[in-house]
Design a protein around this ligand. Structure first.
Ligand code: ASC
Length: 153
């Protein structure tokens, strides 16, 4: 009996720090915000070219599009644990509505992936191809932000 109690206490001591580390969710926030920054940097390259602020360069456009496709392939499950919305936590603009409509949220992430792939297919084909693809791609960013991202403070 006594050994069982000691074993249980030892097991609790082992899991407690892990549970505590997870509860602050800072790793998840950093990971998902980092992914959006990578997306913004790469969309910025394509947007800069479309707006004539950067000279069009087929190779650079392709690299940006490839990177967006790579991000779209990161499985999102780990990044959005329940309890990581803007009501529960400081430092995030993720609305609680995400978890009330998680299927829709996931489907919007899928839409981004589809449009990133469409961009990847044409990024090297010149500005006339990049412009319309960017409209579609930006629309998928906006659709999610409109519904699921709280305004800046
Ligand atoms: C970006 C960025 C966004 C989206 C959005 C598209 O580069 O930072 O939030 O594109 O502006 O509508």
């Amino acid at each position: 009996m006594k050994t069982k109690v000691i074993a249980l206490a030892a097991a609790a001591a082992l899991v407690a720090p892990a549970a505590f580390a997870q509860d602050d969710f800072s790793a998840q926030l950093k990971a998902r915000q980092g992914q959006f920054r990578i997306m913004a940097l790469n969309i910025g390259v394509l947007g800069g070219m479309a707006q004539g602020k950067i000279d069009y360069d087929a190779e650079a456009a392709q690299i940006a599009a490839d990177s967006l496709v790579a991000i779209s392939g990161v499985h999102q499950g780990k990044l959005w644990p329940e309890g990581t919305d803007e009501v529960m936590l400081d430092g995030t603009r993720a609305k609680a509505a995400i978890w009330e409509n998680f299927d829709d949220f996931a489907s919007k992430w899928g839409d981004f992936g589809e449009q990133a792939a469409a961009m990847q297919a044409v990024a090297g084909d010149g500005l006339d191809a990049v412009g319309p693809a960017l409209q579609q791609l930006g629309g998928t960013c906006k659709a999610c932000h409109d519904e699921y991202r709280a305004p800046e403070d």
